[in-house]
Design a binder for this molecule. Sequence first.
Ligand code: GMT
Length: 391
Amino acid sequence: MAPYFARKLRVGMICHSSCGGSSKVAFELARQLARRDHQVHFFSQYQPFGFTSDNPNLMTHFFQAKWQPDLHPSQLKTEWNNAEQEQFLRCLTEVIERDGLDILHFHYAIPFAFLVVELKRRLGGKCPVLIGTLHGTDVSIFGTYPEYAWKLKIALEQVDCLTTVSTSHAELASRLLEIEPPLVIPNFLDLADYRPQPKLTRRKRPRLIHISNFRPVKAPHEMISIFTRILEQIEAELWLVGDGPGLEELKPRFEEQGLTGKIRFWGLQEKVAPILAQADLLLMTSVAESFCLVALEAMACGVPVLATHVGGVPEVVKHAETGYLYTAGDHEQAVEYGTKLLSDATLHRQFAQASLVQARKFDQSRVIGLYEQLYVSISWSSRPEEALAAG
Ligand code: GMT
C-alpha cells in the first residue's frame, strides 16, 4: 500500500517538451503524486507528446502555445532565447505567487538549472525548495566540455538537492562536474501499464525491437550491423519504434543491406507497451545511458534485453539473467548473445520470467515514496518552525 503522508505537498515539476525519458519520468512522477492527493503544477514549454491528465490535482502550464516547426519531438531544446527564458520565469513566478509551492523540481539540468537559479535570485526567501534530477546527456555530454561543466557546477551548487537515476550516473556527475554525488532515486514504471500480453499472431521468426530517438548517443547504425549479422545465423525481424532526425539517414542503409521486408517502422507512439509486449528481444546499442528506461519497460512486459554494458544499464538489466550486456562495439559478442537467446525457447522463458521479477523492484509503488520522503524532509528542514508545529 502507498505510504500515507499527512502533509499534502504543493510541487512544481519542470521538464523538456520532448518525448524522451526525462520528460516521461517527470510527467509520470507528477501523475503519481497527484493520485496521492498532492497538488502538482507541471511546467513545460509545449505540451509534451502524448501527455494528458484528467486529475484535478495535476495542473499543466505550457507557456508556448505553438510548437516550433523545426523542433522534432525527439529533441531536447537546450538553448532558449531571452524571450523564452523570460516567459518561463514569468509563468513560474505567477504560480508561486498565486498558489505557493513547497518544492520546485526540474528534470534535466540544461537549461533548467540556470533558470531556477535566476528564479531564486529574483524571489529570494519566497523561492520554493529547489530539487534537480540529472538524467543523462546533461552530464555525459555537456559535462565533458570543461567550460560548460564549470558553469553547470556553479548553478547546481545553488540547488537545494540533486538526485540522479543510477549509482553509475551519480559517480559520473561527481567526477565530471566536481560536485557531491547526487542522491540516487532510480527511474520507475507503473506496472499496471507495462505488463506481458498474449502474443497476437503466430510467427515463424523471432522479433527484435529497438525503441529510441535515433540520436548519435543511441548508435543506431550499430543496430543495423548487429541485426544483419544475426540474420546470417537465424531468421528474424526487427521493429523500430520512435523517431528522430537520425532515422531518415538510416533508411538507405536498411535498403543497401537488403533488410526491407524484415523491418517494420512504427514511428512515434504514445503507448509503447502493447507493441513491446509483442516482441522477443529489445536491442539497445547506446554508447551512454544513465539508466535506459526503455530496458525497464521491456522487462516489465516480459521481454529480455540485449544492450551495451554502459553507464547505469547493469543496474537495470541483470547480465545472463534478464538479458545480455555486451561490450560496446563488440558486435560478435552481441550477435552470439542475441542468437543464443532467440534460438533457445527454454532459456528465453527463464529470462522473460526473471525480467518480470527484476522489473517489480522499480514499480512506482516503491519509488514514488522515496520522492515523497525527500520532499517532506527537505521542505521541513528548510522551514523548521513548520516541522516543530507538526510534531
Ligand atoms: O539525457 C538524454 O539525452 C535524454 C534523456 C531524456 O531526456 O530522454 O534520457 C536520459 O534519461 C532517461 C530517464 O532518466 C534515462 O533512462 C536514459 O538512460 C538517459 N539517456 C542517456 O543517458 C543517453
